[in-house]
Ligand binder design. Structure first.
Ligand code: URA
Length: 244
């Protein structure tokens, strides 16, 4: 069990953690909120953000608005190009910069990585267990991509992918699928997540990937109504779809 899940199950937690996870701001913002007397616990003003509160029983409010403790968040992002799948970067925009400000103190991170120029389905959460179940190669969860390629697609590409492609560093990939869906387009299914894996698998059969987009994880499909850079919260049922 991850630290975040253990903390989520312990009844006593710091006030700033409860407020941060519930989307009330960064640690610094919450410190200031407390200092200003805006935060009450069971009806009394609480100025110390380190105060331990019972997240099941304590009644916490900010400016008289009740705060409902929400330890975990799960969202789907339609990742655009030119955005890094990272939590922080000094030079480029990251996928966290695309989240609304209410997620600031929640500890969200991307579930696995898509390259800067890859678009499509990216999940973000602060639930380490859930993320691990999706990314672990042992769980064999299918990740489905559409790739536009330059070069002649070999007739036997699917059998080559099924046998296991050997990457340029000698790594033998687990069996995958590659279906030709156009003269220069492939639908590829993998369940590992090695660095640049699809691009390197394609390179191994003489193809250069010129555009790549992820469309599905397990049975969870990219919501095509989302524009690039838009997010939406996953429903409880959708949270299980990656594992089906
Ligand atoms: N494979 C790649 O080469 N790039 C990605 O972004 C994802 C899978």
């Amino acid at each position: 069990m991850t630290k975040s899940r253990q903390q989520a199950m312990t009844k006593l937690i710091r006030l700033d953690k409860l407020l941060g996870h519930s989307g009330e701001g960064t640690r610094k913002e919450i410190k200031n909120l407390c200092k200003s007397g805006s935060v009450t616990v069971n009806g009394s003003v609480c100025v110390d953000p380190a105060t331990k509160v019972d997240f099941k029983k304590s009644v916490v409010a900010v400016d008289d608005r009740l705060v409902f403790y929400t330890p975990f968040h799960y969202v789907m992002l339609h990742k655009p190009e030119n955005v890094l799948s990272a939590t922080i970067d000094h030079f480029s925009r990251t996928v966290l910069d695309l989240l609304p400000s209410r997620y600031k103190g929640t500890g969200m991170f991307p579930v696995g990585r898509l390259d800067k120029d890859t678009t499509g389905l990216l999940l973000l959460t602060n639930d380490g267990d859930w993320a691990h179940r999706i990314t672990s190669p042992k769980k064999e969860i299918n990740k489905i991509y559409e790739a536009v390629v330059a070069g002649i697609i070999p007739d036997d590409i699917n059998s080559q992918f099924q046998r296991g492609i050997v990457l340029n560093d000698g790594f033998l990939c687990q069996p995958a699928l590659a279906e030709k869906i156009g003269d220069y387009a492939l639908r590829i299914v993998i369940h590992e997540g090695k660095f640049h894996q699809i691009k390197r698998m394609c390179a191994a059969v003489g193809l250069t990937v010129t555009a790549l987009r992820r469309i599905q994880i397990g049975q969870l499909m990219l919501d095509e109504t989302l524009h690039y850079g838009e997010i939406r919260i996953l429903t409880e049922e959708e949270r299980e779809l990656p594992f089906q």
